[in-house]
Design a protein around this ligand. Sequence first.
Ligand code: CS2
Length: 505
Amino acid sequence: MADMNRLNDTTVGTLPAAVVRPPYDRRALKNGIVHLGIGAFMRAHMGAATEAAIAAGDLRWGITGVSLRQADTRDALAPQDGLYTLAIRDADAQGQPRQRLQVIGAVRNLLVAPENPQAVLEAIAAPDTRIVSLTVTEKGYCHDPATGALRLDHPDIVHDLAHPQVPRSAIGMLVLGLQLRHAQGHGPLTLMSLDNLPANGRVLRAAVLRFAEEIDSALRTWIERQCRFPCSMVDRIVPKTTDGDRAMVSAALGCVDAWPVLGEPFFDWAIEDEFAADRPDWTLGGARFVPDAEPFERLKLRMVNGTHSSLAYLGAMAGWQTVDEAIAQPALHTHIEALMRDEIEPTLPALPGLDLAAYRHNLLARYANPALAHRTQQIAMDGSQKLPQRLLGTLRDRLARPLPVPRMALGLAAWMHYLRGVDELGQAYGIDDPHATQLTALYQQSLGQGVSPHTVQAMLAYAPVFGDLAGHAALTAALLPLLQSLQAHGVAATLEAVNRGELTA
Ligand code: CS2
């Protein structure tokens, strides 16, 4: 690749004709959106939908992308004038992987918050800015996953309250940026979370108001009355980009893109039409505006993310490295399909026009996409932050009725088993989770001579994740034989047994 040109505003005109590229004059773009957490997901999802709105002629929605920690995205994209390629991957009718390439021009500016937090506050305050959106992952809200409340004792929040000139957390940056905006007399903003949290807009709103209350009650009132926090459901599978992906995209472009993203063809975004000022017409990119995102979020978090996490822990332990490799195992396929049909779907609210069986079949086909190489270890990270909304909501609903939970409990048992830090092939891996130290110590200490009721009880007593499920007798009884079987016989044998209707409490 050394002798190839770099993708940028000059070379974009020379790309092969099959590559879609910005059909508008990028120099005329205004910066209407500031996005915190300019990672792969946002660039493959909202970045693509915003590009569609801009391409239709509305040039107000250029994006300022902010990295909250690392400089790598800015370092890669600044020499490319913010241009990056979205590779949409699937298989053709013969099962051969293929990709469709689009160069996206919506990201105009890039900031690295730790280098210059003031620049981020100024971008939030700038008069052209109408929307600040976030993909900061579950842990980026500095909240307690079990209750949803902002943790005033979170180290980043403690830091930001003590040093408001140099905020580190997304919440601190938002509030201090809004404070500057308010002081400069510019209008209110829409703050939009695109993370996989239930009622993501309400979680964000509560965190922002709680932080604002600590620094300035008049500011809190202004935000509360004037700013808007629409909830949304976002859905597109976006694996982490690898060096191989970068080489493949660059070869197809005939010039180097150091920071492409890849994703599946599937795209969904249901967002509440609750904006403080204008917004792009994201329907042009496949979004839909809905009066209430809650039923969409519940559907998506439970069906997609819930089964994704279950599959990821089982797959990671069995040594199935990618989602398509895992779902190709007949016993796992049977389990995931039955998990959706028998245990998750009965907990979902009816949605007009939604055919749940078709949704389920389509989801299994998405998991089987052979061109994504989505790693089970990637999905397995941050379990403490993900399990409450992915698995525990469904579990709580079923336990309250009470209905049996053998398949839901298997996902949870697999997460506990995963905490031992070594897979069934003997490969050790790190646990990537903000609670990793506490959770691995708890699991390993509670094991003693092997899995016992004490092991399960000790895990369920971990309040930041399980809250009121501590000591739950039926859940303990459901988990125990599954965890024992995973430990003694492994993933494949446990799946077979569960599929035969065994190992139930
Ligand atoms: C995945 C999600 O990494 C994960 O935890 O479950 O990122 C998932 O791919 C997306 O939510 C799909 O929309």
